[in-house]
Ligand binder design. Structure first.
Ligand SMILES: NC(=O)C1=CN([C@@H]2O[C@H](COP(=O)(O)OP(=O)(O)OC[C@H]3O[C@@H](n4cnc5c(N)ncnc54)[C@H](O)[C@@H]3O)[C@@H](O)[C@H]2O)C=CC1
Ligand SMILES: O=C([O-])CC(=O)C(=O)O
Length: 327
């Protein structure tokens, strides 16, 4: 039996938490032979704590063989104690008519507090995924609040955008979604993100050449992916939850277990590549192996792409300036 991995999940009684915890406990994130201990954080409010107790009862009732332990708490230092993986989901979601950056000042403080708690008590190699919006800037806040932990281990979720783009592309090109490779979504998890299909292939053939429609790319594909979150809110009255939980599972699974050379999109602190200033948490193409991700380097950036990348970077710089006083 392997040593259990400690997985902290914040906002555990929320929508995404409810779609996420059961899949982690069943082995979908870390492998079917990997025991896990779930360390779940909720707000110190009776309603949130009662909901968390209910979720924990349900987890118990599943009798998951891989669930080696559970902690439910309102204290970040308990939730993050020795955590190997931390999924920072707990934050306010947006409603109709809002942009994700409207949540910035409402949610920012959560990530200073949680960054500091991770810095103090988490495993020194903890791998952090920020889901709570605006995810890139919240990941930046958490990273800056945890100076003793490796900055590269603070990541933001762009995988939902990546998966949305995969499905749109496969549908348009008439190929199976599992065949599509070499896709990337650059930048911020916001409507300025840039889903880039220039390198994408299906069974080795260029998807861009198959589709051969620049108008579709600019006026259908990119806006459909970029505004998909709002479309879900419009349709459901609530933001994406099952697909967001699925993306979180994909992100962490690929990071820890590897991608076998396939590209995925992760929001990671820039090392200065592609002209993105060091430290900005930006959606980049990566591969992963042995628990470490590596940036896909030296891709050609044409004028259209440069303009899109500059736009999403500009927005991230603005968000960063907006939270500078907290750091
Ligand atoms: N990056 C991405 O692709 C996506 C991000 N999101 C974001 O994820 C976040 C969570 O979404 P939902 O689960 O739908 O929201 P929700 O409102 O259903 O659940 C959030 C939970 O977090 C808890 N919470 C709030 N502050 C907390 C704190 N300081 N510590 C611990 N728990 C706390 C709340 O009590 C609530 O139970 C939102 O910010 C949403 O916008 C949602 C979808 C995709
Ligand atoms: O759009 C939202 O507010 C929730 C989210 O991040 C998404 O679905 O991509």
């Amino acid at each position: 039996m392997k040593t259990p991995v400690r997985v902290a999940v914040t906002g555990a009684a929320g929508q995404i938490g409810y779609s996420l915890l059961f899949r982690i406990a069943s082995g979908e994130m870390l492998g079917k032979d990997q025991p896990v201990i779930l360390q779940m954080l909720e707000l110190p409010l009776e309603k949130a704590q009662a909901a968390l107790r209910g979720v924990m009862m349900e987890l118990e009732d599943c009798a998951f063989p891989l669930l080696a332990g559970m902690v439910g708490t309102d204290d970040p230092e308990v939730a993050f104690k020795d955590a190997d993986v931390a999924l920072l989901v707990g934050a306010m979601p947006r409603g109709p008519g809002m942009e994700r950056k409207d949540l910035l000042l409402k949610n920012a403080e959560i990530f200073t507090v949680q960054g500091r708690a991770l810095n103090k008590v988490a495993s020194r190699g903890v791998k952090v995924l920020v889901v709570g919006n605006p995810a890139n800037t919240n990941a930046y806040i958490a990273m800056k609040s945890a100076p003793d932990l490796p900055a590269k281990n603070f990541t933001a979720m762009l995988r939902l955008d990546h998966n949305r783009a995969l499905s749109q592309l496969a549908g348009k090109a008439g190929v199976a979604v599992g065949e599509v490779e070499k896709l990337v979504v650059w930048g911020n998890h916001s409507p300025t993100m840039y889903p880039d299909y220039r390198f994408a292939t299906a069974s080795g053939a260029s998807i861009k050449d198959t589709i051969n429609d620049a108008d579709w790319n600019a006026n259908v594909f990119i806006p459909t992916v970029a505004k998909r979150g709002a479309a879900i809110i419009e349709a459901r009255g609530l933001s994406s939850a099952a697909s967001a939980a699925n993306a979180a599972i994909c992100h962490v699974r690929d990071w820890l277990l590897g991608t076998n050379g396939k590209w995925v999109t992760m929001g990671i602190p820039s090392d200065g590549s592609y002209g993105i200033p060091e430290g900005v948490i930006f959606g980049f193409p990566v591969t992963a192996q042995n628990g470490e991700y590596s940036l896909v380097r030296d891709l050609p950036i044409d004028a259209f792409s440069q303009k899109a990348i500059d736009k999403t970077l500009g927005e991230l710089e603005e968000e960063r300036a907006g939270v500078a006083h907290l750091l």
